[in-house]
Design a protein around this ligand. Sequence first.
Ligand code: DGP
Length: 113
Amino acid sequence: MPKCIFCMIANKEIPSDIVYEDDQILAFRDLEPQAPVHVLIVPKKHIASLDNMTQEDQALLGYLMYKVPDIAKELELVNGYRLVNNCGEDGMQTVHHLHFHLLGKRKMTWPPG
Ligand code: DGP
């Protein structure tokens, strides 16, 4: 089975442009940015998607959410930002390691595509 690409990034087996890291989470710039600032925030623990989280992941994901405004502040997203999770096939999830897209420095549109 091929190794998870975001686990490899978290383990520093492949390079990435890291903007924030601690013992539980990692934030790094997306390879295909959809906004002037486009960062992926991931738990270091491998969780395939939101649908695959368990009760024991509650504190970890609560912590990840708690850190979002700090990361946004660090990236100077003073005018706001968008946080996106793509889950499953209809959600167009392509990497099966839970991640949140943090997008900013442009005005977003709605509805999303
Ligand atoms: P999603 O469609 O929500 O599963 O988004 C996956 C995102 O991951 C997509 O915007 C491109 C990004 N991505 C895929 N492979 C890599 C990689 O190796 N490095 C980085 N930095 N981003 C990646």
